[in-house]
Write a protein that binds this ligand. Structure first.
Ligand SMILES: Nc1ncnc2c1ncn2[C@@H]1O[C@H](COP(=O)(O)OP(=O)(O)OP(=O)(O)O)[C@@H](O)[C@H]1O
Ligand SMILES: [Mg+2]
Length: 263
């Protein structure tokens, strides 16, 4: 059984169809990278997995539990097993690095101050941020903020880590550093990860499988080696980062009811 199972997931906001019949399975310990243009519904996909949004049709299950059918308490429990690294880190600006990483520990666990300190230090050192505990987010660079965000996400020892564009806005070297941190977390902790990224180099380094979302549909989900040689024109254009091709063309107008039968 897949640890995360996205089945025929569709989600629209008003008339705007964002996800349409998306199917994705992530096995335990696997690292899935999701690619797709801006505004194609990648964050919406993660929000459905977290139970922050409800599918219009289809479902998401985590460890066999259908997220949209859980009670508040059950959902709370499942969410504890999922660490979310938000787009742009989303740290609490008024808190120190220590307080940011300790936040979930204080909220969810009844453990002593010494245990909290030990766990925070362990998590900060796992992401290469040892000794920064007294700093405030304003004193950190973009890459450092992301890593503190990771430390906060792993504090509760989640089974699953979701990364939403962990490298956007970072220089190529820091992008590579973040990619390695993600790989280390996967190897050291055996965590199952879904990473959304626009950075193809990290995508190919991190991924066991790569999915590409295009116009609300998952048009491929395969190994890095396979997707590289997939002849689909959209996939090839995306991987080349080329402005010419079907990727940017306007979608065909939606079919009206009964249109198929008109002469
Ligand atoms: N809560 C919401 N209410 C209405 N529309 C929404 C909501 N959340 C997302 N959308 C719309 O859904 C579409 C997909 O948004 P989403 O944030 O998932 O894109 P994305 O693929 O993550 O893009 P990016 O790469 O720029 O982060 C966008 O058009 C967005 O405006
Ligand atoms: Mg997004």
């Amino acid at each position: 059984m897949a640890l995360i199972d996205v089945v025929n997931l569709s989600k629209a906001f008003g008339p705007k169809v964002v996800l349409s019949n998306v199917n994705l399975q992530v096995q335990e310990g696997e690292s899935l990278v999701v690619l797709g243009g801006s505004g194609t519904g990648k964050t919406v996909l993660l929000r459905n997995i977290m139970g922050l949004l409800t599918p219009d049709s289809g479902h998401v299950s985590v460890e066999g539990k259908i997220i949209a059918q859980l009670s508040r308490e059950e959902l709370f429990k499942v969410r504890q097993s999922i660490g979310m690294c938000f787009q742009m880190a989303a740290l609490f600006d008024s808190m120190t690095v220590f307080e940011n990483v300790a936040f979930g520990l204080r909220r969810h666990l009844e453990i002593s101050e010494d245990e909290i300190r030990a766990r925070v230090e362990e998590c900060l050192s796992m992401v290469g941020m040892k000794g920064t505990d007294k700093l405030k987010p304003a004193e950190l660079s973009g890459g450092m903020k992301r890593r503190v965000g990771f430390a906060r996400a792993i504090a509760l020892k989640p089974k699953i880590l979701l990364f939403d564009e962990p490298t956007t806005g970072l220089d190529p070297v820091m992008t590579d550093v973040i990619g390695r941190v993600i790989l280390d977390l996967k190897h050291e902790l055996g965590i199952t990860t879904i990473t959304i990224t626009h950075d193809l180099k990290s995508a190919f380094e991190i991924a066991d499988r790569i999915a590409l979302i295009f116009r609300g549909e998952c048009i491929a989900c395969e190994s890095p080696a396979d997707i590289k040689v997939n002849p689909h024109p959209v996939i090839q254009q995306f991987l080349r980062g080329d402005a010419d091709g079907p990727f940017l063309l306007d979608p065909p107008p939606p079919k009206r009811k009964g249109q198929e039968t008109l002469p």
